[in-house]
Design a protein around this ligand. Structure first.
Ligand code: PLP
Length: 368
C-alpha cells in the first residue's frame, strides 16, 4: 500500500512551537494579550491595512462585521451561489436574506452582471468571496456597490497571498475576513481575523468582540451593548504570529504546487485551473481543476480513482441554493454545472514531487 496523500495539512515549524510554548509558559496575567497584539499588528502590516482584530473564527469575524453594518431583518446580501456555508450563516443569524447569484465560469467567483441584476431596494451589501484563492472582479464590484450605495465586503478566508492590482485580498472592501482553520494556508487550529481601514467600524467591532465593552472604559464589567465573544486566545495567536512571519514561504509553496499541476494538466487540453487575476497574483490556497465534457472526466470518476489510490478527494463546493434550508435557484446554471466536473487537488506545504506526480497520474488515468 502506497502512502496516503492528505489534501491539506499545516506546516508547523520550531518557530510556531517556540512561540506557543512561550505563550503557554508566560503569556498570562498582564502578558495575556501580548501575542494577540503582535499577531494583529503583523497581520495588518502584511495586508497593508491599519486595523485587525483576531477572532475565534472567520465565521465570527463575518458575524460581527455584518452586525456592525446593521444587517438585519429585511436586508438582502448578495453572494455567489458557489460557497461554503460559513459565508452565509452569519447573514442568516442576523435575520438578513442571502441572495445567491451565479458565478463567472473563469474565476468561479460572483458574476458582476448577475450581481447588478440582483440589486433591489433592499440590498445592503455584496459579499465578495475569493474562492480557492481566485479573485473576484473587484473593479466592477466596487463600481456596482458605489452606484447603488451598498457595502462591498470581502471574505478572504481562502485568499491570503492573493493580490489584485497591487492590493491584497481582504484589504479592498469596507471590511475583510480571514480564517485560520487547520485547512487554510496559515493556521492557528481554529481562528480568524477581521480587518478594516475604517476607524469607526474598527471601534464598533472591537467593542462587539469584547462583549460590548468599550476600549478605555474605566468602569469594570460595563458593557454598553450586547456583543459577542469571538476572541482568539493568546496561545492560538502565538502560533498565528509564527505563521504570519512565514507567510511569504507558505504562499510561495502553494503557488509552486499550483504551477506544477498547471504545467502537468493544462497541456493535455480540456482542463482549466485557478486563473491568475489581472495585474495580480493568486494565493493558490486550493488548486482546482475543471474538466471539459470532452475529457470524459467527471467529479465522481476522479473521486473513486483518487480513493482507490489513497488520495484524499475534496469536491468543488455545491451551490448553497441546493441545500434544503435555502430556496432553490436552478437558474444559477454555471454554479451547478461546475460542481459536477471539478475537483480540488492536494496541496499541503511538505508535499513531495513524487506525491504530486501520483495525483497527476491518477487524474489523467480518468480520461476516456
Ligand atoms: C474556511 C472558510 C470560512 C470559515 O472559516 P472559519 O474560520 O471555519 O469560520 C469562511 N469563508 C470561507 C470562504 C472559507 O473558506
Amino acid at each position: 500500500m502506497t502512502d496516503r496523500i492528505a489534501y491539506t495539512k499545516p506546516s508547523i515549524t520550531d518557530l510556531e512551537v517556540a512561540y506557543a510554548t512561550d505563550a503557554a509558559r508566560t503569556g498570562w496575567g498582564n502578558k495575556c494579550y501580548d501575542y494577540i497584539t503582535k499577531f494583529e499588528e503583523a497581520f495588518a502590516a502584511h495586508l497593508g491595512v491599519p486595523h485587525a482584530i483576531a477572532t475565534s473564527s472567520c465565521t465570527g469575524a463575518l458575524h460581527m462585521g455584518f452586525a456592525a453594518l446593521g444587517i438585519g431583518p429585511g436586508d438582502e446580501v448578495i453572494l455567489a451561489d458557489t460557497n461554503w456555508i460559513a459565508s452565509v450563516a452569519p447573514i442568516v443569524h442576523l435575520g438578513g436574506t442571502p441572495v445567491f447569484v451565479d458565478v463567472d465560469p473563469t474565476s468561479w467567483c460572483l458574476d458582476p452582471d448577475a450581481v447588478e441584476a440582483a440589486i433591489t431596494p433592499k440590498t445592503r451589501a455584496i459579499l465578495a468571496v475569493h474562492i480557492y484563492g481566485n479573485l473576484c472582479d473587484m473593479d466592477r464590484l466596487h463600481d456596482i456597490a458605489a452606484r447603488h450605495r451598498v457595502h462591498l465586503v470581502e471574505d478572504a478566508a481562502e485568499a491570503i497571498g492573493s493580490v489584485y492590482r497591487g492590493q491584497r485580498a481582504g484589504a479592498m472592501g469596507v471590511f475583510g475576513t480571514f480564517s485560520f482553520h487547520g485547512t487554510k494556508t496559515i493556521t492557528t487550529g481554529e481562528g480568524g481575523m477581521f480587518v478594516t481601514s475604517d476607524p469607526d467600524l474598527y471601534n464598533q467591532v472591537l467593542t462587539l468582540s469584547n462583549h460590548g465593552r468599550t476600549k478605555g472604559d474605566t468602569r469594570q464589567f460595563w458593557p454598553v451593548e450586547v456583543g459577542f465573544k469571538y476572541k482568539m486566545s493568546n496561545i492560538e495567536a502565538a502560533i498565528g504570529l509564527g505563521q504570519i512571519e512565514r507567510v511569504e514561504t507558505l504562499t510561495h509553496r502553494k503557488r509552486e504546487i499550483l504551477e506544477f499541476y498547471r504545467s502537468a494538466l493544462l497541456t493535455v487540453g480540456g482542463m482549466t485551473m485557478n486563473p491568475e487575476p489581472p495585474d495580480g497574483r493568486n494565493g493558490a490556497w486550493m488548486p482546482t481543476v475543471v474538466f471539459a465534457p470532452q475529457t470524459g472526466i467527471t467529479r465522481d470518476r476522479v473521486i473513486s480513482a483518487m480513493k482507490a489510490d489513497g488520495i484524499d478527494a475534496r469536491i468543488f463546493f455545491e451551490p448553497l441554493s441546493s441545500l434544503t434550508m435555502f430556496e432553490d435557484a436552478p437558474q444559477n446554471s454555471i454554479a451547478r454545472d461546475l460542481a459536477t466536473r471539478a475537483i480540488n487537488l492536494p496541496s499541503f506545504h511538505d508535499m513531495t514531487a513524487a506525491q504530486q506526480e501520483r495525483v497527476v497520474r491518477v487524474v489523467l488515468g480518468c480520461m476516456k
